[in-house]
Write a protein that binds this ligand. Structure first.
Ligand code: ADP
Ligand code: ASP
Ligand code: MG
Length: 437
């Protein structure tokens, strides 16, 4: 660390309405004398709404324009409530929306993921324009930076990879000078750009990762993500009762937990920070003065049981058609296919004649995969499953989590237990043991 720069990230939950934006501004007022780069994502659930626009256009349901209209209306109403009649902002928002109008006028682009990125990325653009205009209005001098001029990526649309050397140089040239002028620099999470200037996205919930990229490239002092929870908890409070906050968490623990579904931090966020030993604070935008969680290189030697839940899982049980044993060459063939179809494997298990994998069930990928290998392998697909990862498990925790559930796959190491379970109705479960120390 060789600077005093701090990086803040505000996500959709903090920017979901007029009061949300005002609250963010009131937090930022306390940092007016600091060197600050601020990353914002789309407001509320706007990314989901834009995904529906993409789908409606792809399927030509005739609803795309109406769905987009609702997104526009939400932003224009919010902008007006915050800033009154602001012609300049309205024109700027229009410039962004009109790009999507043009996409919708054309036939759906054959490359779905490319089209997705061109449409969905506008959520971040309009959000950041409104927030920057509001901060300037309330006296917080803010420079609006287009993240696509900085975050250089390959063209793997919807999951683009960052080109670090270019991004580093762009950060120094395009963000740093404005920070040094004493302005807040405000930019978008989640989005980047190819060398041909096509917009890309970094994967759902990727704004935390964007903040980490800037933090790394700026050699910042620390990074803070402002959430609707007091910090990192022992489990998702939306799913479990009696969760407790962790005051400290090691980078390693944070990577493990977030990789397996603890949605509070995007999994790619931690590594760049760990590489430069930059601390990450997870704090509540509802109680900005409270301490939150510090994620750093200091390891705690003892953690309570920590639970992460990944929904939308599928188990694929793959067996050879000729009942031969599943041998190395089969596995090698299968893994090449898994890579081709970009399936994320969360667990695997093999027996003599079958090989089972638990993967994220996204779009129609698993069915396409099964079809592709059907000549050599038969594939049994089980959908609608959940993957529970329990770090530092103990018997009471296991019993309370698994009670009455059907276990499809299970694996234990000394620290971690993973189980794939059949989906259960959404209900709060009494899992007091999660708070067990
Ligand atoms: P944003 O998009 O506003 O940045 P997210 O909704 O992506 O924020 O992340 C915050 C949410 O993460 C919380 O509301 C909570 O439901 C969920 N979550 C999942 N696991 C955890 C955990 N271990 N600790 C805290 N929150 C968690
Ligand atoms: N707006 C994007 C999403 O909802 C990115 C983010 O919020 O981090 O996935
Ligand atoms: Mg999010």
């Amino acid at each position: 660390m060789n600077s005093n720069i701090r990086v803040f990230k505000f996500g959709g939950a903090s920017l979901k309405d007029v009061d949300g934006v005002k609250n963010v501004a009131s937090i930022l007022h306390k940092y007016v004398h600091e060197e600050l780069l601020i990353v914002v994502s789309a407001m509320g659930k706007i990314t989901n709404a834009l995904e529906e626009v993409v789908m409606a256009h792809a399927k030509q349901t005739g609803k795309a324009n109406e769905l987009l209209h609702q997104v526009k209306q939400f932003h224009f109403d919010l902008a007006e409530a915050l800033l009154g009649k602001d012609e300049e902002l309205a024109a700027s928002l229009n410039d962004t929306f009109v790009e999507v109008d043009w996409v919708l006028e054309e036939a759906p682009h054959p490359h779905y993921d490319y089209m997705y990125d061109q449409i969905v990325s506008i959520g971040e653009l309009v959000s950041s324009k409104i927030v920057a205009a509001y901060l300037n209005k309330v006296g917080l001098g803010t420079y609006w930076l287009d993240a696509r001029d900085v975050i250089a990526t390959d063209n793997l649309y919807r999951e683009a990879w960052v080109k670090w050397p270019e991004t580093m140089q762009n950060t120094r040239e395009k963000a740093l000078p404005h920070i040094k002028k004493g302005q807040f620099v405000l930019t978008q999470g989640f989005i980047g750009s190819t060398s041909e200037n096509f917009t890309t996205t970094l994967g759902r919930d990727g704004s935390d990762y964007t903040a980490a990229i800037f933090t790394y490239c700026l050699d910042a002092k620390d990074m803070t993500i402002w959430k609707d929870v007091p910090g990192v908890l022992t489990a998702d409070p939306r799913l479990f009762e009696n969760v407790t906050k962790l005051d400290r968490l090691s980078y390693r623990e944070a990577i493990e937990l977030t990789y397996y579904g603890a949605k509070v931090i995007h999994p790619k966020t931690i590594k760049p920070l760990q590489n430069k030993s930059i601390p990450l604070y997870v704090k509540s935008f509802l109680e900005p003065e409270s301490e939150g969680t510090l994620v750093s290189g200091q390891t705690e030697d003892k953690y309570p049981p920590l639970v992460a839940v990944e929904k939308n899982q599928a188990v694929l049980s793959i067996s050879t058609r000729d009942f031969s044993f599943v041998a190395e060459h089969h596995i090698s063939f299968l893994f090449n296919k898994i890579a081709d179809f970009r399936l994320q494997v969360n667990m695997m298990q093999n027996t003599a004649i079958s090989f089972a994998i638990c993967v994220n069930n996204i779009d129609d990928k698993i069915h396409q995969f099964a079809k592709n290998i059907e000549k050599e392998f038969s594939v049994l697909i089980d959908e609608g499953l959940e993957l529970y990862t329990i770090r530092y498990y103990n018997q009471p925790t296991i019993s309370s989590l698994l009670d009455g559930k059907m276990v499809m796959l299970e694996e234990r190491t000394p620290n971690t237990m993973q189980v794939v379970l059949r989906d259960v109705p959404v209900m709060k479960r009494k899992a007091e043991v999660i708070a067990h120390k």
